[in-house]
Design a protein around this ligand. Sequence first.
Ligand code: ZN
Length: 162
Amino acid sequence: MGAGYHGGFGHTSGSGKAFKIGFTKAGVKLYTRDELIKSIDGVTTTSTMIADLLRNKKVGLNVIGDRLFSYAFNLGPDTLAFYSNGQIYVRSSSLSIIDDLVHEGKHAYDDKVLNKNRNFIKSRHGELRAYSAEREFQLATGRKPTYKDLNEMYKHIKKNYK
Ligand SMILES: [Zn+2]
């Protein structure tokens, strides 16, 4: 795919949800909640802190199918994941579900551990923190990061978030 993510908060004005937007494909591996937590534990300092928050139930993790994303949350196929009110929602069909979890987990960390407010969390600064955590995780797992350098990542954030 390689086209990268498109982010934004567009269509749900004022909901306070922080969205991550990208591509999905049918037939990807389906992860259980426990498998997802295990796959981020011990990789980076941030991802390990996120795993702890999830294991201790300080933050909820919901692995949601396409139908529920669409019916319950009224979100289109391009929304991969979001964080809202202490709950992380990831799309089971997302090709980048583990990275999505780290991204949303950083928003959850900023909320539940640092007590940052909603406006901070969905600001460019909040997104920079989430995208940086995701990038660090991708590099630590020996993969090519979504953005080839930090400049590309900044450009994406500037373009898609206010
Ligand atoms: Zn985000």
